[in-house]
Write a new protein. Structure first.
Length: 129
């Protein structure tokens, strides 16, 4: 199946498999030091559980999105990010996608992640605006 990506005002919607529900992704906007801490915690988990970036880069697109969904569900099950950090499952998916895209682009787990107003993780609000 060809991956289908659409957008609405709030979400990026990705249909990656015929037998799976489309996933919704909402950018994670950093507004506090606590958000930075939660982001670092989630990125650390992703780096410890995902395959090496050069292996991820060879995945076909539908398998990449299946991996994103799998990692996101594991994070939500283990850490309850909505209750603990106020981070929705849509934002967790954004963090996972953002982290994997950066790793694929550099071929390794980056020491730092570049954020812009178009990435799935962005600075905004409070001292980060």
């Amino acid at each position: 199946m060809t991956v289908e990506i659409t957008h609405d005002d709030r979400f990026t919607i990705i249909k990656y498999a015929e037998d799976k529900r489309p996933i919704k992704i909402e950018p994670f906007v950093i507004r506090s030091v606590e958000d930075v801490d939660a982001l670092q915690h989630i990125i650390g988990f992703i780096q410890s559980k995902a395959n090496a970036p050069h292996h991820i880069a060879r995945m076909d697109e539908s398998k990449l999105y299946a991996l994103i969904e799998s990692l996101s569900m594991t994070i939500c099950g283990m850490y309850s990010p909505k209750a603990e950090w106020g981070i929705s499952k849509f934002e967790v998916r954004a963090i996972v996608l953002f982290t994997l895209q950066a790793a694929i682009a550099t071929g390794k787990w980056p020491d730092s992640y570049k954020m812009t107003d178009t990435t799935f993780v962005q600075y905004g609000g409070g001292r980060y605006e």
